[in-house]
Ligand binder design. Sequence first.
Ligand code: SF4
Ligand code: SF4
Length: 180
Amino acid sequence: MTGAKKKKIIKTIKIDADKCNGCRACELICSAFHAAPKYSSNNPARARIRVINEPLKDIYIPVYAGDYTPAECAGRDKYTIDGKEYEECAFCRASCPSREDFKEPDSGLPLKCDMCEGEEEPLCVKWCITDALVLEEREEEVEGEEAQEELEIGVKSLAKKYGLQNVAEVVARMAMSNKD
Ligand code: SF4
Ligand code: SF4
């Protein structure tokens, strides 16, 4: 593995806040896609994207759900952009104990954008008719060691969620079926 180059795809959603009109279609489709069963309901509170929506101040900013953090920040930030003052922590992507954003409303479990795993294009991008959200993809070469580290982190997180034994059994089954 050492020294060998691998390719990885980096997906970026470019956000043009000036084009966002606060319609919240992105929140609706995200929550519907992640409903169980899929598309059985929609509730923006379950979306992995949140639109800061303050019509009186002409503020509309889509923010994506990022990582969960068990501890809130000791210091906060507050932005003023073009004379518009935003709420404390407005742009933060974390699911954090200090606020309700990016938490599943019933269970309180953290929500994180998964780029609509399995879909060719993120659905929020597809549903945003103003092009405030645009997907960009690029290929990057990474060192074999870096790819290996990422793989290990991925496996560790699966093991934490499902148990190492279960993950190992699934991998063994996949390896067997690939032989056929
Ligand atoms: S769908 Fe697009 S325009 Fe509508 S709120 Fe979301 S980002 Fe803004
Ligand atoms: S990319 Fe998919 S999971 Fe992420 S916010 Fe958009 S619709 Fe939700």
